[in-house]
Structures are given as C-alpha cells and as structure tokens.
Design a binder for this molecule. Sequence first.
Ligand SMILES: N[C@@H](CCC(=O)N[C@@H](CS)C(=O)NCC(=O)O)C(=O)O
Length: 163
Amino acid sequence: MTKLHQFRPFWGLPNASPFCMKAETYLRYRNIEFEAVPSNPRQSPSKQIPFIVTDDGQTITDSEQIIVHFETLLPSPMDAELSNKQKALAYLSYASGIQLIEVLANILGDKPYFLGDKIHTLDMSVYAFLANIIDQPYANPLQDLMNYCQQIKQLAWRDWRTP
Ligand SMILES: N[C@@H](CCC(=O)N[C@@H](CS)C(=O)NCC(=O)O)C(=O)O
C-alpha cells in the first residue's frame, strides 16, 4: 500500500501543512488506498513533506508530483478537458494574502468548483490552503469561501474524526 509521509493532525485539522492536506485530499477523493506515516521534513529526500513511497518502492516528493503520478496511472484524469487558460489558474499562489483571497472568491463566484461544475486537481490545492485558514480556531474574513471547503470536505474527508 502507498505510504504517505506527513505531519500528524494538529489544531483540529487533519494536517497543519496545506501541502500534506492537498496530497491527502487527493488520495482520499480518488479512493487510493494509503497509509499515513507520521513524518517530518528531515526524513524526506527533498527535506520537505509530504512524500510518498509507492507499492513498488518509488519515492515521490512534492504534493503536485504525487498528484501527477496517480493522474497518469488512473482512468478518467481529473483535468483532461481543461483549456490552457483554465490550467493557468493552477499557478495562483497565496503569496499576496487577502487581496488574492478576494480575487479567488470572485473567480469562484456561484460555481461549485473553481473551474465550473466539475472538481479538478486545482481544487485539491485551493481547498487545502483555505482549510488551513478556515478550519482553525481564530476568526478571519474567509467565511464566504466556507461552503466551497465544506463541499470538498464532504467529498474527501467525511469519515475523518479529530484524533
Ligand atoms: N512544493 C512542496 C512544498 C512542501 C512544503 O513546503 N512542505 C513544508 C511543510 S508545509 C516543509 O516540509 N518544510 C520544511 C522545509 O522547507 O524545511 C509541495 O507541494 O509538496
């Protein structure tokens, strides 16, 4: 079984690292069997987590590469029908803080997912970063994006309980 090396749950969140939570959200949504292994960056070949060790012994670091690995193996790739313009959205960074959050809220608008009616790998990233702000104990102005997070939480994390 694939081993996902990542931080332990923290602060009532499955993971306080959005990169770990992104990878785990993806594995859960895609129903890929995996075992979570508590780890830390020192144990990773890239000195960053998450990383996975696959059934056949391959080590893959970086949340994006983990998704790419499974997307090339599994049927029905999540992003197959996207245009280049839509794929460009995936390069959004959260570096510019609240202004970017406002932009994201506007892009999402009334749509259920960032690129429309269907969930894509971009939603794994956006969800993981937003959940690390929304699902934590301090109030903040991200309430408008909560429905979006709740939706992906229902799809990928329904069975998860705070340890
Ligand atoms: N591009 C990487 C980023 C991973 C990352 O930044 N992980 C952090 C934890 S949130 C880490 O391991 N930091 C340790 C370090 O950089 O020394 C990914 O998508 O997986």
